[in-house]
Write a protein that binds this ligand. Structure first.
Ligand code: 2PG
Ligand code: MG
Length: 415
């Protein structure tokens, strides 16, 4: 049995040029090193108030190199639940603010990588065991807004889901076509202003709805059929829009009550091929979330609303019908898995998600495949911290060959 010999933390840099934490876990028999695993903590910009709290990077690194290393040394690397329990106990707070969620998530993921490496398996295979697996269906950002593009549009993510694609590879191929077409349309309008934090275009639209019309236009320009081949997913990240009792859409010059927002979103769903909306209401607005989930014939995703906490999900009482899973939102691999298991037991959908501040780390792709989470959200279709994850999915799909379960897009989004 491989045991942890050493745990190291170091400061590295993320896709926004900000410092973050990398952890490296070395395992072996006796004092002989056998294998190692590495992971980097991501960082959000539109964070839920219930998220586990990071500490500043030098402190997180110091915590890894001292207290965490001392606590994990000599433990078996193959018992992820026990390792995560140890990290949670050592931290001792409800929000991981003593050791830092950034330190804890990097170490927890690095342990998973080290366990897989010791077993001489890719992480996805190590997590899946003998179970057959499928590639997840991507949600890919075409236009970025909200906190990721200084509020240039209010809606944070305008994404595509290739609901008619027959494989992960085909979904990426279609996305590449839509992304190129969208860029060409923006350039023609003089509305192309580079890319936002997650690699989607930073657009100069005149209204939030114009982005929807442009996205439908781009899908058609790409020679694909909107609503049949490719549909739309939105993340309103509405906690960011909520102030003084209403939802502020600055670009449209309007402040909406929850009822008005509900009506506007239902109208958008009628007019555009939208199959999924994330955080349509603020994190505290459970009533509005419930009413909308009941009324809207689409996937309604809780991100800030659930913050990857199984207990919050079990308390949902009809709010949302899917959950976003972000390991750093809750802090450990085991707690992320618990939230996914709760979702599955309740019949909720699930999407593993990256953060707006990312790196070359591709752990979440392995979690999605290994755990059988049916969808994956990584941001856009440019910037290598995003493409690294899409490309990792291609490698896994290639390695699976004919042994993969059927690609789930058509089944998930049958209209
Ligand atoms: C979200 C994420 C990713 P952030 O809101 O879903 O798009 O953004 O990492 O800034 O919370
Ligand atoms: Mg979100």
């Amino acid at each position: 049995m491989a045991r942890i010999i050493e745990v190291r933390g170091r400061r590295v840099w993320d896709s926004r040029g900000r410092p973050t934490v990398e952890a490296e876990v070395i395992v072996g028999r006796g004092t002989t090193p056998l294998a190692s695993g590495r992971a980097i903590a991501p960082a959000g910009a539109s964070t839920g108030s219930g998220e586990a709290k990071s500490v500043d990077v030098p402190r997180a690194v110091q915590n890894i190199n001292t207290r965490i290393r001392d606590a994990l040394r000599a433990l078996s690397v193959s018992d992820q639940a026990a390792l995560d329990r140890r990290l949670i106990e050592l931290d001792g707070t409800a929000d991981k603010s003593r050791l830092g969620a950034n330190a804890i998530v990097a170490v927890s993921l690095a342990c998973a990588h080290a366990a897989a490496a010791a077993a001489k398996m890719p992480l996805w295979r190590h997590l899946a065991g003998e179970r057959r697996v499928a590639l997840p269906v991507p949600q890919i950002q075409i236009f970025g807004g909200g906190a990721h593009a200084r509020g240039r549009v209010d809606v944070q993510d305008y994404m595509v889901i290739c609901i008619g694609a027959g494989s992960f590879a085909e979904a990426l191929e279609w996305t590449a076509q839509v992304y190129a077409a969208a860029g060409a349309r923006l350039a023609k309008k003089g509305a192309l202003q580079g890319v936002a934090d997650e690699g989607g275009y930073w657009p100069a639209f005149k209204s939030n709805e114009e982005a929807l019309a442009e996205l439908v236009g781009a899908i058609a320009d790409a020679g694909l059929e909107p609503g049949v081949d490719v549909s739309i997913a939105l993340d309103l990240a509405a906690t960011q829009l909520y102030r003084g009792g209403s939802y502020h859409f600055a670009l449209d010059g309007r402040a909406l009550s929850a009822e008005q927002l509900h009506a506007m979103l239902l109208r958008w769903i009628e007019s555009y091929p939208i199959v999924s909306i994330e955080d349509p209401f603020a994190e505290h607005d459970a009533e509005a979330m419930r009413a909308f989930t009941e009324a809207a014939p689409i996937q309604v995703v809780g991100d800030d609303f659930f913050v990857t906490r199984a207990a919050k999900l079990r308390n949902a009482q009809g709010a949302c019908n899917a959950v976003l899973l972000k390991p750093n939102q809750v802090g450990t691999v085991t707690e992320t898995l618990a939230c996914w298991e709760a979702a599955r037991a309740m019949g909720y959908g699930a999407i593993i998600s990256a953060r707006s501040g990312e790196t070359e780390d591709v752990s979440i792709v392995h979690l999605a495949v290994g755990w059988g989470v049916p969808q994956l959200k990584v941001g856009g279709f440019s910037r290598s911290e995003r493409m690294a994850k899409w490309n990792e999915g291609l490698r896994i799909e290639g390695a699976l060959g004919g042994k993969a379960l059927p690609y789930p897009a058509r089944k998930l989004f049958r209209r």
